[in-house]
Write a protein that binds this ligand. Sequence first.
Ligand SMILES: Cc1ncc(C[n+]2csc(CCOP(=O)(O)OP(=O)(O)O)c2C)c(N)n1
Ligand SMILES: [Mg+2]
Length: 382
Amino acid sequence: MTVKSTARARKKAAPSVPDNLQAGSAAPELVQLLTPEGDRVEHPDFPLTTTPEELRALYRDLVLVRRFDAEATSLQRQGELGLWASLLGQEAAQVGSGRAMRPGDYAFPTYREHGVAWCRDVDPLNLLGMFRGVNHGGWDPNEKNFHLYTIVIGSQTLHATGYAMGITKDGADDAVIAYFGDGASSQGDVNEAFTFASVYNSPVVFFCQNNQWAISEPTTVQTRIPLYRRAAGFGFPGVRVDGNDVLACLAVTRWALDHARTGQGPVLIEAFTYRMGAHTTSDDPTRYRLNEETEAWKAKDPILRLKAHLEKEGLADEAFFAEVEAESEKLGLRVREGVRSMPDPDPTLIFDHVYSEPHTLVDEERAEYLDYAASFEGGEHH
Ligand SMILES: Cc1ncc(C[n+]2csc(CCOP(=O)(O)OP(=O)(O)O)c2C)c(N)n1
Ligand SMILES: [Mg+2]
């Protein structure tokens, strides 16, 4: 049975599923629309037309997101943040998929999706407030259609699937993206989400950023087959896309979201990419991986290839690149100043958000904490 034949069209005529993406088909190759050298190539199943303005806007997104991420890493090193999980190397996967979303679509991230947050217009300072430990979440998920960061690996795929099942009940034509990693693909939650999404034909796109590592564990210990092929066993299409190619990520995710929103069920996208930095600022990757590997991936840099393309095709001039650089400097300054001037929260706030109603145990704990804090006042501890 093919995915197509089980489809329940909801609103519009459904786009067809390319033959090589039908569940159970032989391996399609890596979908690429922009080579590492910056040359535009075509893929028969994923046509994409872009204006020079759109290409320049994608370039701007990539540069600003990388700059924000670099500032955050530095701020952690300077003691201004408790932790940071860098997206370095994964900008194209995040910006390409993030820009494929329509305003009504909803994203469920892990903890590294700063580029998707950017596309959903979440203020970078909101992300940093959470990593500084001065807010309890960071942003209103329903204002931005961008769920809160989720540290419990893979659990957000279930939340995303439940949300997608709700969209179907509402009769809406929105779709959902669930972001997760190669390591998360081994979690029970992720496999349960695949099953529910498949049998309920839910409008959810599972976007796996295969960055080759789950902290110190390589992908080879997660799977014996390419991850995108897992989808076949659940009865929906899987596509492997060049995760360092922003155009391919945009085209494939747009296709997958349309597939999902038109009642054809879920899609698994495996964005084949690389985590160029450490897992988080608490990690030292030189302990478990070779420098040669990282160097080889540098040649596939997502920003350099789009820059090369813009230059080769004469789609952007020096003034444009200088303008983006100036904007990037401005963003860096705003982020640094913004983080350093964040007020410390009232330490008793945390007790207020445990339950919506008063609770005697929480009241006792608040009182105990206030006593403890008062013991420092005026004493030699000060
Ligand atoms: C349920 C659960 N188990 C273990 C962890 C510890 N942990 C945090 S990140 C991580 C690796 C995740 O790797 P991957 O899914 O590839 O995502 P990446 O960090 O590479 O983006 C693990 C095991 C956790 N947070 N939650
Ligand atoms: Mg990973």
